[in-house]
Design a protein around this ligand. Structure first.
Ligand code: OXD
Ligand code: MN
Length: 597
């Protein structure tokens, strides 16, 4: 059976199973998008914001029980448990499929099933992959329209025989006998399933309408399924931003960066460099697909077409380019509504407005103890809204990557920046990545370090040990001269509860050193943990920071590093017996170097 027949068979079989009232084929036009938004406003599922203040913008409020990715309901369903590995929830397809088929039976009754063909990456690029999402959620449909490249050109690729990822999504709220709909349908938590069948190029999502649970092109396809495909096909699907940097002498370089959540990834992707003459442009803020070219360089594309950013904390002070991005044609979810029909969230302005409608639809004043916007409230904007999106974003061949940045939020131990001794040592740095748990995440574990290898812990679609082995294999496939250099960054070192480093635009000073190292323009100091900058190579002009504090940013404290080794040992237990030997060798090497110091 060819791809076209497979698509039509699958659509018809799904319709028979889920029993939608009607089927709408999405063609990817702005007219369909606007008409569907109008319909949602009429059905009270969306609020039109003040079109003078925020043209083309709408607000959605989710069910209070459906506000984030549900990792404990996310499954990798492979034939063998070993292939899902020790860090994923696993259920055999033989058990999971009958369970989910039961849930899907009649689940779209009284609703429309949208058929959304989409491409991750520029349509037709060698880097790109295509998928089709069948969903009964108009919210998901308008969001997929922004976040991916949807439309007829993708049907054309399928007609030409290109394989696609089958993505089925239902909110799990059938409307029986003209039952009245609710504004955000979803299913109880124990019925939610975000299931991946990597062996079959297939995703089944049931019961949630929110973000990564439901916009299946994003975490489900572009990370979990794609990482599985990438391992088999010799490339990398990573949770990384892509940034273009132009130096005052007009030299262009590209870097990628992986940081766990709440580490300022979107801010870095949209940085305004403080260093005179430097220019930064965005290629992506969340996902990168990297492949070797014939010439042996690793090139990257951003498979997405929009931003799905966390709203709280975003302001003209922290991220002016994001604020300009969301000024128009943006969909907001779970933020607060002002009396003028505009949006607001914590720290958007220094003072909150005197009255708001909060994300739950209730009156809110500054004396309320709960935040007006949900901590995981979001904005969804086309990538072209960003005033600093790089033109190469549409380049089907991607951009060559000079450096890979890893990082996390650590109040101590880890210096502001260090460089790995080799690609393998860089893989080690990725494998031990961690971040302090902030109050916004899990309050009971506040202050502890949570390890998030490569910022991919919830997104690796297969065995984590095999994933690290695959990174090592990529290192062996590349010419060491042409492979990106790997760095580890910590913008968040503190003393007496205060950040030592100003961050934001000043981070360009560190990026400059990264590029100088890539160009072999500067030497470095060899330390037990990696290469450190020589102080004279960091541009400190007009930087308001004392010599003493500056030095503290690079201090390697032996007793903290000895605790760190114990923490890494502890962390490595999660890999079980799948930890590659090279990582153990790197840890031994680190320990020895620290002892000799
Ligand atoms: C995201 C995430 O939403 O990483 O990008 O959770
Ligand atoms: Mn992310």
């Amino acid at each position: 059976m060819n791809a076209k027949q497979r698509l039509s068979n699958w659509i018809h079989k799904t319709a028979e199973l889920c029993q939608p009232e009607k089927i709408i084929y999405w063609h990817g036009t702005d007219q369909e998008y606007h008409e569907l938004l109008e319909e949602m406003v009429k059905d009270k599922k969306a609020i039109r914001l003040n079109q003078e203040l925020r043209p083309g913008c709408f607000l959605f409020r989710s069910d209070p029980d459906d506000v984030a990715r549900v990792e404990n309901r996310t499954f990798i369903s492979t034939t063998l448990q070993r292939d899902a590995g020790p860090t994923n929830n696993w259920i055999s397809p033989k058990v999971l499929k009958p369970k989910m088929l039961k849930l899907y039976k009649g689940s779209m009754k009284g609703r429309t099933m949208y058929v959304i063909p989409y491409s991750m990456g520029p349509i037709g690029s060698k880097f790109s992959k295509i998928g089709v999402e069948l969903t009964d959620s108009p919210y998901v449909t308008v969001h997929m329209h922004i976040m991916t490249r949807t439309g007829d050109k993708v049907y054309d690729l399928i007609n030409q025989g290109q394989d696609f990822v089958k993505c089925l999504h239902s909110v799990g709220y059938p409307l029986e006998n003209n039952q009245h709909d609710v504004s955000w349908p979803s299913a109880p938590i124990e019925q939610k399933y975000i299931a991946h069948f990597p062996e079959e190029n297939m995703i089944w999502s049931y019961g949630s309408g929110y973000g990564g649970n439901a916009l299946l092109g994003k975490k489900c396809f572009a990370l979990r399924i794609a990482s599985y495909q990438a391992r088999n096909e010799g490339w990398l699907a990573e949770h990384m931003l892509i940034l273009k940097l132009t130096s005052p002498d007009n030299k262009v370089r590209y870097v990628t960066g992986a940081f766990p959540s709440a580490c300022g990834k979107t801010n870095l992707a949209m940085i305004n460099p403080s260093l005179p003459g430097w220019k930064a442009e965005t290629l992506g803020d969340d996902i990168a697909w990297l492949r070797f070219t014939k010439e042996g360089y690793l090139r990257a594309i951003n498979p997405e077409n929009g931003f799905f950013g966390v709203a709280p904390g975003t302001s003209y002070a922290t991220n002016p380019n994001a604020m300009k991005t969301i000024q128009h044609d943006t969909l907001f979810t779970n933020v607060a509504l002002t009396d003028e029909g505009d949006v607001w969230w914590n720290d958007m302005t220094p003072e909150p407005p005197s009255h708001l409608i909060d994300w739950l639809g209730n009156d809110w004043t500054p004396s309320c103890s709960e935040p007006a916007a949900h901590p995981n409230s979001r904005f969804t904007s086309p990538i072209t809204n960003n005033p600093i999106t790089a033109e190469e974003f549409e380049d089907p061949d991607g951009v060559p990557i000079s450096a890979i940045l890893f990082g996390g939020r650590r109040p101590n131990t880890i210096p502001l920046i260090h460089q790995s001794f080799s690609f393998q040592h860089g893989v080690f740095l990725g494998s031990i990545m961690g971040s302090e748990i902030t109050k916004a995440v899990i309050s009971s574990e506040y202050g502890r370090v949570r390890r998030d290898p490569f910022a991919m812990l919830p997104f690796i679609g297969y065995n984590i040990g095999d994933y690290v082995k695959h990174w090592l294999a990529i290192g062996r496939m590349g010419d060491p001269e042409k492979l990106p250099k790997i760095f580890y960054i910590n913008w968040f070192k503190k003393e007496n509860g205060k950040y030592l480093w100003p961050g934001f635009g000043e981070n360009s000073r560190i990026l400059k050193w990264v590029l100088d190292r890539c160009d072999n323009l500067v030497d470095a100091t060899v330390s037990p943990i990696g290469y450190l900058p020589k102080m004279e190579d960091l541009d400190r002009n007009s930087l308001n920071i004392t010599e003493e504090n500056f030095n503290k940013l690079f201090l390697i404290d032996k007793s903290l590093w000895s605790q760190e080794i114990d923490l890494i040992e502890e962390h490595y237990k999660i890999y079980g017996d799948s930890l590659p030997k090279e990582m153990r060798d790197e840890l031994d090497g680190l320990e020895k170097r620290l002892l000799l110091q």
